[in-house]
Ligand binder design. Structure first.
Ligand code: AMO
Length: 439
């Protein structure tokens, strides 16, 4: 009963079925979105990646065996339909197809675990349990179409600006940032970990002479958080460049985001419409606020933040309220930043570290790095870590390491901003969080 494709090929996507093709024979392929049977006439809506097209079957004009095949269709089955396109002002795109031949390619069991037409709304867990069905909804696939364009624009930006794309190992022998948020794994008979950041590798690449590199890859963090902005597996967009500092790299990030937003506005206007999201092109230069200024703003707004502490969620919220949009948070206290961050010359209490924020959401961290071997060892020790655990990394600082700087952006967090999503899980195809390891 379920057919093979054989020599059938799609001639037109749904979005290509418009009044211009009236009078020609077409083959459409996709999922049965809706079936309406009025006895004397049947309407079947077919959905594909581009949209929907209406199949109209009046019993007076269509063979009885075709009517019978249409009646046997079930929602969300995959079909191919050959037919004649004709103008129909009331149908989507002003065209309908009179079926001549139908091929059922895959029959969908009923009842469906969730309804992709959203007549019955499902909660996030039900949706994620049947994510392939969930993504059939245009407001869900729109998020991933925008995320794809985001990566495309980011890659274009890096290639246009002389960055080399790299891939670094995700199976690692020791901690990157010195934190405890690592997933241990068994690597043959040894303990190893899933990489929490390409940090040490992108820095070692600066010692390789490749000057400017970027990586888009998975990071794994065993954080126990259960929030709307944390995942245990995320994608990080990392950049590192030599002979530059934190200010140069903030400018790179700023320029990249202005390009990405411009591109998404231009190329994903349909998806933004579907999401009802307006993506404002930011000013060419994002505002900068120092950590000290931020502490003053936060305290003045009634949230207590002692100097030298990381921002609490409440602190981020009041600061976001005050600043709005994209802004850099600069000159962080050295003590709360990782060992690889360069302290300020002559004022070591402060560092050359920055965060990029959007409202109250942290999108990126970056800094000028320490490129002097002995200072790096000292900073590792000051944070209670053992330099012996960093042997292969430190080696790269002994034989010619240029001054360098870089940053990492969380791709799912950036997608939240680009799509107006409130929950980071909406921005990962198959999210991994505290509760979820499948599908
Ligand atoms: P950091 O740890 O701040 O910095 O991470 C950089 C950015 O990655 C994203 N991110 C996450 N997104 C979702 N879920 C998580 N659990 C998660 N953790 C991090 C955030 C964050 O701003 N090595 C440095 C970067 C650098 O200095 O180059 C680092 O990893 O958007």
């Amino acid at each position: 009963m379920q057919g093979l494709l054989k020599d059938w090929r799609r001639t037109n996507y749904a979005s290509q079925c418009n009044s211009e093709i009236a009078g020609s024979e077409v083959t459409v392929m996709g999922w049965v979105h809706e079936i309406r049977d009025f006895g004397g006439i049947m309407f079947v809506i077919i959905r594909d990646v581009t949209g929907r097209v209406q199949i109209t079957a009046p019993s007076k004009k269509v063979d009885e065996n075709i009517m019978e095949e249409l009646r046997e269709l079930r929602k969300e089955s995959v079909v191919a339909i050959k037919g004649m396109a004709q103008e129909a002002p009331k149908a989507p795109n002003g065209v309908e197809i009179l079926p001549k031949e139908i091929k059922l390619l895959s029959l969908a069991n009923q009842p469906l675990p969730m309804d992709p037409t959203e007549k019955v709304k499902a909660g996030i867990d039900t949706r994620l349990d049947s994510r392939f069905l969930d993504i059939r909804k245009e407001n869900v696939s729109a998020i991933f179409k925008i995320k794809g364009q985001m990566f495309h624009s980011i890659r274009d930006f890096f290639y246009d600006n002389g960055f080399y794309e790299i891939n670094t190992p995700k199976l690692v022998a020791s901690a990157t940032e010195g934190g405890t948020e690592l997933f241990p794994i068994l690597y043959f008979d040894k303990e190893a970990f899933l990489g929490q950041s390409p940090q040490l590798y992108k820095q070692m690449m600066m010692g390789s002479g490749m000057d400017k590199v970027f990586e888009i890859g998975q990071i794994f963090r065993a954080e126990e958080h259960d929030t709307l902005r944390h995942l245990n597996e995320a994608v990080s967009i990392d950049a590192e460049a030599s002979f530059v500092d934190d200010v140069d790299m903030m400018n790179v990030l700023n320029k990249m985001l202005v390009k990405v937003i411009g591109d998404i506005n231009e190329k994903c206007s349909d998806e933004l419409d579907i999401l009802g999201h307006e993506l404002e092109l930011p000013d060419e230069k994002f505002p900068h606020v120092t950590y000290d200024e931020a502490v003053d703003i936060i305290n003045a707004n009634g949230v207590e933040l002692p100097w030298g502490e990381d921002l609490s969620r409440e602190a981020e919220k009041v600061l976001g309220e005050e600043m709005g949009g994209f802004y850099f948070l600069t000159e962080w206290p050295s003590a709360i930043k990782p060992f690889y961050v360069m302290p300020k010359d002559g004022d070591e209490k402060y560092s050359h570290a920055f965060d990029l924020m959007y409202n109250n959401l942290e999108l990126s961290s970056g800094s000028t790095r320490v490129h002097q071997h002995d200072l790096l060892v000292k900073q590792i020790e000051e944070r209670g870590l053992n330099p012996d655990g960093f042997g292969t990394y430190l080696k790269a600082f002994e034989y010619g390491m240029p001054p360098h700087a870089g940053w990492g952006v969380g791709a799912e967090r950036l997608t939240m901003v680009m799509t107006g999503s409130e929950n980071i899980r909406e921005c990962a195809l198959f999210p991994r969080d505290r509760q979820r390891l499948t599908p």
